[in-house]
Write a protein that binds this ligand. Structure first.
Ligand code: PMP
Length: 367
């Protein structure tokens, strides 16, 4: 009996039967450009500040942490600006947990979540984990979503929750605020909760407007962010949301007490105090992202416009073969299972050069 058969012998929930856990391959490869991390790492100044903040926590480690993580909520509000304060903020162990808590509060059996694939592949899994029905919306052939189409789909399906991912993973493209506004209005009758997942917001081209601007007077709108990407803190597991205070009160009903450890809180607060240092590489990443787009076009490929720290590109005859050949060259990127396409994270200049050179050699048939 293999591991999967043994799992199926358990009295597992029927709706979990046959599912496979989410996860990109974790391989030990020199150049990791597969999960949209910030590959520059944590700058020394920020490391020292975090180390001191964590050390200061150790004396109190026998006590439960601040259940309300008030200092962290205050620091997050100050970082986002837009007139937000701690009552508008909530945080959890990665934005995945924030999204899960929102589904626990507003989804669940008999309720539904709608999103617009191709989009972040965790959405249907978060739905199934919380017993929430999943409604697959659709985009046009170029993976674009218009305000009219999104609003019409929401009106016709009346989901309890909509996830709009902007910039979208895996395509990388940001949504216009007209789409968020139209979806919010379309969900008026069904009182749909609209969650804009802005995990990659800091990498957007200047002029891209955040859905944070739309929060005033929209009590059903939630903006989700993370410290995993621009802040180079994926390992710390800190995600957060901004919304009306009553949304954070709803999440308090489902969160586990003390879900954010004292170490996590101290790390995140110290990181936010050093946000200039931590975010210093965002511009350099954007330069590499734009370089990838331009170079892929030169190679005859078809990259999608990217407002994120990764590039989704089509025009490949054999994406699985290219993925394998890159891996053989020590470079791990992501096959998101979309015909003719792959996705690559923008890394340092050296990593990006290695990727582009290896890809060009593979496409030229020089292995
Ligand atoms: N949203 C999107 C669109 C993502 O791509 C990711 C990470 N890949 C997340 C949320 C979750 O990130 P985290 O839990 O690390 O905050």
């Amino acid at each position: 009996m293999d591991q999967f058969e043994r799992l199926n012998q358990l009295p597992l929930r029927d709706d979990l039967r046959g599912l496979r856990p989410y996860g990109a391959p974790q391989l030990d490869v020199p150049i990791l450009l597969n999960v949209n991390e910030n590959t520059f790492g944590v700058p020394l100044d920020a490391k020292e500040a975090i180390l001191k903040a964590v050390a200061d926590e150790l004396d109190g480690l026998n006590r439960y942490p601040d259940r309300e993580f008030t200092e962290l909520r205050r620091a997050l509000a100050a970082y986002l600006g837009h007139g937000l304060n701690e009552d508008n903020m909530w945080a959890a162990n990665g934005s995945n947990e924030v999204l899960q808590q929102l589904l626990q509060a507003f989804g669940g059996p008999g309720r539904s979540l709608m999103s617009f694939p191709p989009t972040y592949s965790m959405y249907p899994l978060l739905a199934s984990g919380t017993g929430t029905g999943y409604i697959e919306g659709f985009r046009d052939e170029d993976y674009n979503l218009s305000a009219e189409s999104a609003a019409e789909q929401v009106r016709s399906k009346s989901p309890n929750i909509v996830f709009l991912c902007s910039p979208n993973n895996p395509t990388g493209t940001a949504l216009g605020l007209d789409i968020v506004e139209a979806v919010y209005e379309a969900g008026e009758a069904s009182r749909t909760i609209v969650i804009v997942d802005e995990a990659y917001a800091e990498f957007a081209h200047s002029g891209t407007r955040s859905a944070l601007l739309l929060l005033p007077n929209r009590p059903r709108l939630i903006v989700s962010r993370t410290m995993s990407k621009a802040f180079a803190m994926a390992g710390a597991r800190v995600g957060y949301l901004a919304a009306a205070p009553e949304i954070t009160d709803a999440v308090r009903l489902v969160r586990l007490p003390y879900h954010l450890s004292a170490i996590t809180q101290a790390t995140a607060v110290a990181a936010l105090r050093n946000s200039d240092a931590l975010l210093a590489n965002v511009e350099a990443i954007k330069v590499q992202r734009d370089r990838i787009v331009n170079e892929l076009i030169r190679m005859g490929l078809a990259p999608a416009p990217s407002d994120s720290n990764f590039v989704f590109f089509g025009g490949l005859e054999d994406p699985a073969g290219v993925w394998e050949a890159l891996l053989a060259a020590g470079i791990l990127i992501r096959d998101v299972g979309i015909a003719g396409h792959l996705r690559v994270t923008a890394g340092t200049e050296a990593e990006t050069t290695a990727f582009l050179q290896a890809l060009e050699a593979i496409l030229d048939g020089v292995h």
